[in-house]
Write a protein that binds this ligand. Structure first.
Ligand SMILES: NC(=O)c1ccc[n+]([C@@H]2O[C@H](COP(=O)([O-])OP(=O)(O)OC[C@H]3O[C@@H](n4cnc5c(N)ncnc54)[C@H](O)[C@@H]3O)[C@@H](O)[C@H]2O)c1
Length: 329
């Protein structure tokens, strides 16, 4: 049984990853402010296995040091961050402070505690608008938002902690996290998310008037933007595999985590209508500045280096999201 510190472990992807750790018998020490998550999620996780919850901020070095002194932590999975790209353009300092300065402090505590492994929530947004598709890890980087830039900066900071302190890292560059747990226990908090699928679900349930489709005149088969939606449980599995990879190979790496398939906004709406047997209220509005037309992953590296492969497709993502959103009404 390993002891894993999970920052942001009460959040959407964090909670699913904690479940994956508990399922294999690990002890998860969740370290979270609960700024964008709920205490009730902790309660659900505690019923599943060995969970210790510490309410704390990654910038609070004294508290972090205390956690490392109390628990024999083997590795860290670091989710804690702000994640809204739009907001980051209005409040850059908020994002540099929490995402970059916070990660730096966490890394400093990690290395002082003698911990040598961290899995990091990276993002495909570091690629900006890709020149061709699918996107592999060697593509040129061109973050187009403050948020995306914070993710790139964290990778660079981690690289120096690796070189100077031998703290190995795996940055998992997620594509679009989506769906909910298959049994409906946990899912994404719609109040905290500006992502397409929660917005589609809430509109379909009549909790918001409609969804806005930003442009239907793109050079794609149906004119709407294309993204790579990856089931949150598949993402969770990648984190567990990244821990095993570092334990096995004692080195750092950067790995895309996506299905490798592009899905358009219109396809999301169509599958939601089929699954829910309801109409999705939608209106077409103008293109949104900074939206890449299409992006999806080349996931060869995740398959070869981590031995990972996605288990869920679009139908399951939408069905699980629909069940979850209905249940939290
Ligand atoms: N959701 C996506 O599609 C997506 C895509 C790429 C990357 N990411 C990254 O994955 C990570 C998790 O995303 P999520 O969707 O689960 O978000 P989330 O908001 O549900 O979870 C983040 C958690 O971190 C906590 N937190 C924030 N700042 C903290 C701090 N200073 N100290 C301690 N806890 C803090 C929040 O309370 C929350 O529980 C983030 O780093 C995000 O940038 C998400």
């Amino acid at each position: 049984m390993a002891n894993i510190l999970v920052t942001g472990g009460a959040g959407y992807i964090g909670a699913h990853t904690v479940r994956a750790l508990l399922a294999r018998g690990d002890h998860a020490v969740i370290y979270d402010t609960l700024a964008t998550s709920k205490a009730e999620t902790i309660g659900k996780l505690e019923r599943e296995g060995a969970v210790t919850f510490v309410q704390g901020d990654i910038s609070d070095t004294a508290r972090l040091d205390q956690v490392f002194a109390t628990h024999p932590i083997d590795a860290v999975i670091h989710f804690a961050a702000w994640k809204n790209a739009g907001e980051s353009m209005l409040k850059p300092a908020k994002y540099f402070e929490n995402n970059v300065a916070g990660t730096n402090r966490l890394l400093d505590s990690i290395q002082r505690a003698g911990v040598r492994r961290i899995v990091f929530s990276g993002s495909c947004s570091v690629y900006g608008t890709p020149a061709r598709l699918p996107v592999d890890e060697s593509f040129p980087l061109g973050p187009e938002s403050v948020y995306a830039h914070t993710k790139l900066m964290c990778e660079q900071v981690m690289d120096w902690f690796d070189r100077r302190h031998s703290v190995r890292y795996v940055s998992l560059r997620y594509f679009n996290a989506a769906g909910a747990s298959a049994d409906g226990l946990i899912g994404e908090e719609p109040a905290q998310s500006a992502n397409l699928i929660p917005v589609v679900m809430e509109a379909t349930l009549g909790r918001r008037p409609k969804i806005q489709v930003f442009g239907d005149d793109y050079p794609t088969p149906d004119g709407t933007c294309i993204r790579d939606y990856i089931h949150v449980s598949d993402l969770a599995d990648a984190h567990v595999r990244a821990l095993d990879f570092m334990a096995r190979e004692d080195r750092s790496d950067i790995v895309n985590v996506g299905t490798g398939e592009g899905t358009s906004v219109k396809q999301i709406i169509d599958v939601t209508e089929r699954v829910s047997r309801r109409t999705v209220p939608a209106e077409i509005v103008g293109r949104r500045a900074g939206d890449p037309v299409a992006i999806y992953a080349d996931n060869t590296k995740a398959r070869t280096v981590l031995g990972w492969a996605p288990q869920y497709g679009l139908e399951a993502i939408i069905a699980h999201a629909w069940n979850w959103h209905k249940s939290i009404g």
